[in-house]
Design a protein around this ligand. Structure first.
Ligand SMILES: *Cc1c(COP(=O)(O)O)cnc(C)c1O
Length: 399
């Protein structure tokens, strides 16, 4: 089918809740994707951060192909080896003792965390503090947790018991704590909100605040987890530990999967009947996640994430000296944000014309979540395109 024929199907049969680019993608390999007409694109934002080790990574493809012929799905009324092995692998890398629950997406992982926080807050405590500008998902609980009014509009009334503090402001969070508060939830690095790094001492301060009031501290690592920042979990970049963390996006290298890792004294509250997910922890997703972890380890990709961060950082710093449109550069491993003085939508379109896929978030923040195995050549080629586009804008080049 041509791209136009596919678009025609969507126009009639698919609900229009997404803004899509007029490209039908048919194949991917590493950091490249191809459209129905055979055009190749360099992908600096593979799978919205899910394709952490690139499109169709060979180890994952092989593991899934073997598993799909053996056992696709059985419910959680049975034991399956892949789920057990994945839970062990995630806990061993967390640096604290934990127990896992599996689901299929980020929003579900956040819902599990919210339910766990409420169960642990009993009796009498149910309120959760999250941060302004955060993103936690689209189901009504996670949506309420999301501190951005634009996503709430038209969907009220939302879940009771949420309040929002300025990200980075410890006093603001402390002021919101009352006798009914049971948890604090924060992305260690805000992703959708513009790649916002925590100020020094912030996450540690939240830990102290949680300890002082016996609150559960939840880190939403759906975007930051699985090695994206050069550590298995982003919180490991700072001397701090959560009581629970959520995972999804990159967890299974592009196969749908979500998870919650919680310390045992919290996790034990999720007893039979309190929570479940029919597809959660299915053998296919778990095998894909195990293959992702194996690939990251075998190919030294945690190290590579740091090298990519350094290389992107250097490219953008050198461009900033020439291009007044660049305001701030925020990098933690393979999580790259470049704040612009212009709206980013046009930039995304113009890069697409030049066959480079990028993302802009929060209006004016260029966001790159490249695959950890992006090559040096691919990095330079993509940055050359970005540079050309930015320098060609009116006011894009210093006189
Ligand atoms: C993407 C994201 C979610 C939601 O994940 P879905 O899989 O889209 O439900 C939740 N939290 C964070 C931090 C995210 O980046």
């Amino acid at each position: 089918m041509t791209t136009q024929e596919t678009i025609a199907l969507f126009e009639y049969y698919v609900i229009g809740n997404y803004k899509r680019y007029p490209v039908s993608l048919v194949r991917g390999e590493g950091s490249y994707v191809w459209d129905a007409e055979g055009n190749r694109y360099l992908d600096f934002f593979p799978g919205w951060g899910c394709d952490l080790i690139g499109h169709c990574p060979p180890r994952l493809v092989k593991a899934v192909q073997e598993q799909v012929a053996r056992l696709i799905h059985v419910p959680n009324t049975w034991y399956t080896e892949p789920q057990g092995l994945l839970a062990k692998a995630l806990v061993e890398r967390a640096g604290f003792d934990g127990r896992c629950f599996f689901c299929n997406s980020g929003t579900e992982a956040v819902e599990a965390a919210i339910k766990l926080a409420r169960l642990c807050g009993k009796p009498g405590r149910y309120k959760i503090i999250t941060m302004l500008n955060s993103f936690h998902g689209r189901t009504l609980g996670a949506l309420t947790a999301t501190g951005q009014p634009k996503y709430h509009k038209g969907l009220e009334p939302l879940l009771a018991g949420f309040s929002y503090a300025l990200f980075g402001d410890l006093d603001a969070a402390a002021k919101l704590v009352d006798g009914e508060t049971c948890a604090l939830m924060v992305e260690p690095i805000q992703g959708e909100g513009g790649i916002n790094l925590p100020p020094p001492g912030y996450l540690e301060g939240l830990r102290e605040l949680a300890d002082r009031h016996k609150l559960m501290l939840i880190f939403d690592e759906v975007q930051t987890g699985m090695g994206r920042t050069g550590k298995w979990y982003a919180f490991q970049n700072w001397p701090v530990q959560p009581d629970a963390l959520t995972l999804a996006k990159a967890l299974a290298g592009g196969v749908a999967a979500g998870g919650l890792v919680a310390k045992p004294q919290f996790a034990e509250k999720l007893v039979p009947g309190t929570h479940a997910a029919t597809f959660g922890g299915n053998p296919l997703a778990c095998i894909a996640a195990l293959a992702t972890i194996e690939t990251i380890e075998a190919d030294g990709l945690l190290e590579r994430a740091l090298r990519l961060g350094d290389a992107f950082g250097r490219r953008f710093e050198s461009l900033k000296a020439r291009c007044p449109l660049i305001q701030k550069i925020r990098v933690q491993g393979a999580m790259i944000g470049v704040e612009l003085s212009i709206d980013g939508a046009l930039l995304v379109d113009q890069c697409l014309q030049k066959r480079l896929l990028i993302n802009c978030t929060h209006g004016n923040v260029l966001r790159l979540l490249p695959a950890l195995n992006l090559t040096d050549d691919q990095l330079e080629n993509g940055c050359d395109i970005l540079e050309d586009v930015l320098l060609s804008y009116e006011g894009g080049r210093k006189p």
